[in-house]
Design a protein around this ligand. Structure first.
Ligand code: HEM
Ligand code: CA
Ligand code: CA
Length: 300
């Protein structure tokens, strides 16, 4: 029941408004692009792509510690505010989220993924649903594959969608358990799959500030503002930032895919287009299900 250009009749400017708002928000704060792309992962994996991640309040997904570092909400809300003026009660927050993530990738030089629209917004958002569905950085490849397959996504989708880490940033506390400093201040690798000099760079960046929950480091040390296949080249060079990134190199099933994508950006873009679309269709509500929220941060 989703269709391309679902809003052609009811709100013809919808997709353009999303795109322009993402562009202008990113010109004052480029960090929103990574945040918007991450948001869709955290929305779609919990109860499907229904905008449940956007709801504010006690006990909602957004209140869960697993979602504490999400951002980009203000961009979604400002798109929604504009759309409510032009076509009130028409465009779902679930669609806005997917379109905004699609546009964030485009803004950084990635492929434009044609996205069917018509998703409806969910009315439920529970913190308890976050951690069982979102992958943590200490997961094994098997565990990641299991979560992906429980959502109808393949090993291939796992490796391709992890390529999102070619942009954006991460807080030091998401990777600093991979190394420690001995009493003399020298680096000790806890996770030997990490390149030594890269680890040293990370230590230096993270120790320049005392608070690992506020300091951020680029996900992609080479081209963090370009959506390209550099992520896979980094993995080959043992410069994956999260344990879960490096882990993709340790399993035959995933390493083979990493090698292909590292050597062929064209093929990464084609694969991304397929896998991103697949993720954007997970558990969507259509027709009379759910609602069209008036504000993205609250149910009607
Ligand atoms: C496969 C398992 C995954 C794990 C374990 C994981 C983990 C993480 C972590 C820990 C961060 C840093 C958050 C912070 O400190 O602020 C992060 C950032 C990010 N993730 Fe993932 N992620 C995964 C998959 C994905 C997927 C599927 C996408 C999207 C398709 C994605 C997109 C992003 C983006 C764009 C950022 C940067 C956010 C920003 O710049 O604020 N991740 N991820
Ligand atoms: Ca959701
Ligand atoms: Ca990059």
């Amino acid at each position: 029941e989703l269709s391309f250009n679902f809003y052609a009749g009811s709100c013809p400017g919808a997709e353009l408004i999303v795109r322009n708002t993402v562009r202008s928000a990113s010109s004052s704060d480029p960090s929103v692009l990574g945040k918007l792309l991450r948001l869709i992962f955290h929305d779609c994996f919990v109860q499907g792509c229904d905008g449940s991640v956007l709801i504010r309040g006690n006990g909602t997904e957004r209140s869960d510690p697993g979602n504490a570092s999400l951002g980009g909400f203000a961009v979604i809300e400002s798109v929604k505010n504009i759309l409510e003026i032009f076509c009130p009660g028409t465009v779902s927050c679930a669609d806005i989220l997917v379109l905004a993530a699609r546009d964030a990738v485009e803004a950084l030089g990635g492929p434009v993924v044609p996205i069917p629209t018509g998703r409806r917004d969910g009315r439920v958002s529970m913190a308890a649903n976050v951690r069982p569905n979102i992958i943590d950085t200490d997961f094994t490849v098997d565990k990641m594959i299991n979560i992906f397959s429980s959502k109808g996504l393949s090993v291939h989708d796992l490796v391709v969608l992890s390529g999102a880490h070619t942009i954006g940033a991460a807080h030091c506390n998401t990777f600093n358990s991979r190394f420690k400093l001995d009493p003399k201040g020298n680096l000790e690798l806890i996770d030997a799959s990490l390149d030594n000099s890269y680890a040293q760079t990370l230590v230096n960046k993270c120790s320049s500030s005392l608070d690992p929950t506020t300091t951020v480091v680029d996900n992609d040390p080479e081209t963090s503002s370009t959506f390209d296949n550099q992520y896979y080249k980094n993995l080959l060079a043992h410069k994956g930032l999260f344990q879960t990134d490096s882990a993709l190199m340790e399993d035959d099933r995933t390493r083979k895919i990493v090698e292909i994508l590292a050597n062929d950006q064209e093929s990464f873009f084609d694969r991304w287009t397929e896998s991103f679309l697949k993720m954007s269709l997970m558990g969507v509500r259509v027709g009379e299900e759910g609602e069209i929220r008036r504000s993205c941060s609250a149910v009607n």
